[in-house]
Ligand binder design. Structure first.
Ligand code: COI
Length: 355
């Protein structure tokens, strides 16, 4: 395994006080590792958190060869620090690498990089209930060149941010509307990857949503504009007449790790979970017939977020009286229970980080 050098800061920052919000404060250190064509990944080091210098012609600025991951470190009541299924993030980043022609990484090295970064800032893992250390691994193309091609040099970096809830409403239900004008992704595109471009293309709709008093939009498939895909910051589940439905992964939906874990936990608890196509019409019919019981989103940042209001065209549908439903609540308690070490981790999903 490659040695990861550690250079500690001489000037540690004061920890933030009061509400953390999401992704606003950054820890004292960061990890950086370089890739050079012909040499592979090299020079992994944890260094003081600081701006980095890049050539203005660095390819990431022009053609957007950039991918990222999202994960968290959780502080347990007995003082341990846990990661949640980090190998899933490593695998997903390698899938993103493949689609964006970026260099893959050995999964063990990837997880070692995350552990080294978290270990350096272990005193930044928040102890308050519900707060955690959000970890943002990312990779950028750094060749100074304007030809459209894959870069020969990359940085892999890990930055960390003590964070609370992603949505200001916390666990209170969010309001979303179905976006019919713009689309997020199409099959054959990059929808299944975590590339920055997917998120850049979503901001226009998010601005529209905020102006209309909604938290996020629910995307439809790019071909028929008919089938439910995801929310962009989270995957989405619907409880319809006892069946829990989530859109199948057909290339345009992000394969969320919280999505996968939720399916596994729900099935193990005996719920009927189906990954399939779900049309807006089916959803409308279910709502009209009183069969739409719950909607919730799943994501690393979003955790389990109940949806209390859904707008379809001009119709506003209130879900479960705008309150968190029993399945969402059970899933939230179970998942966060495992992540914070309050519930036995029967699946061996958590990985401890030691300073
Ligand atoms: C995450 O949930 O970690 C994500 O990466 C979604 C994000 C855009 C906040």
């Amino acid at each position: 395994m490659m040695e990861i050098k550690i250079e500690r800061t001489a000037t540690p920052k004061a920890k933030p006080e009061g509400a953390l919000g999401f992704g606003k404060y950054f820890t004292d250190h960061m990890l950086i590792m370089e890739y050079t064509e012909g040499k592979g990944w090299h020079d992994a080091r944890v260094i003081p958190y600081a701006p980095i210098a890049l050539d203005p012609s660095a390819m990431v600025f022009h053609y957007g060869q950039e991918i990222f991951e999202g994960m968290k470190a959780y502080r347990t009541e007995d003082g341990r620090t846990l990661l949640f299924r980090p190998y899933e993030n490593a695998r997903r980043m390698n899938n993103s690498c493949d689609r964006l022609c970026m260099p893959k990484m050995d999964e063990d090295l990837w997880v070692e990089c995350i552990k080294a970064a978290v270990a350096a800032d272990i005193d930044w893992v928040p102890e308050e209930a519900g707060a955690s250390l959000y970890i943002r691994p990312f990779m950028i193309a750094t060749d100074p060149a304007l030809g459209v091609r894959a870069s020969n040099h990359y940085y892999f970096m890990v930055i960390m941010s003590p964070s609370g809830n992603y949505y200001p409403t916390g666990i209170d239900p969010v309001k979303i509307y179905i976006e019919t004008e713009y689309v997020r992704a199409v099959k054959g595109g990059t929808g299944f990857t975590k590339c920055g471009g997917n998120y850049a293309a979503s901001i226009k709709s998010q601005v529209k949503a905020h102006e209309a008093g909604y938290t996020q939009v629910l995307w439809l498939d790019g071909v028929h504009r008919e089938y439910i895909e995801e929310v962009g910051t989270m995957n989405v589940f619907f409880k319809i007449d006892g069946e829990i439905v989530t859109p199948a992964l057909e290339g345009s939906v992000l394969p969320g790790i919280t999505r996968k874990s939720s399916i596994e936990l729900l099935r193990k608890a005996g719920y009927n979970v189906t990954e399939r196509r779900l049309s807006v019409h089916e959803l409308e019919d279910a709502a009209h017939n009183g069969k739409l019981e719950e909607i919730f989103g799943t994501g690393t940042a979003a955790v389990i977020s109940p949806v209390g209001e859904l707008k379809i065209n001009d119709e506003v549908i209130t879900v479960n009286n705008g309150e968190i439903g029993p399945v969402s609540k059970w899933l939230y308690d179970t998942l966060t229970g495992i992540q914070w070490g309050r519930i036995a981790d029967e699946n061996d999903w958590t990985v401890e980080v030691k300073a």
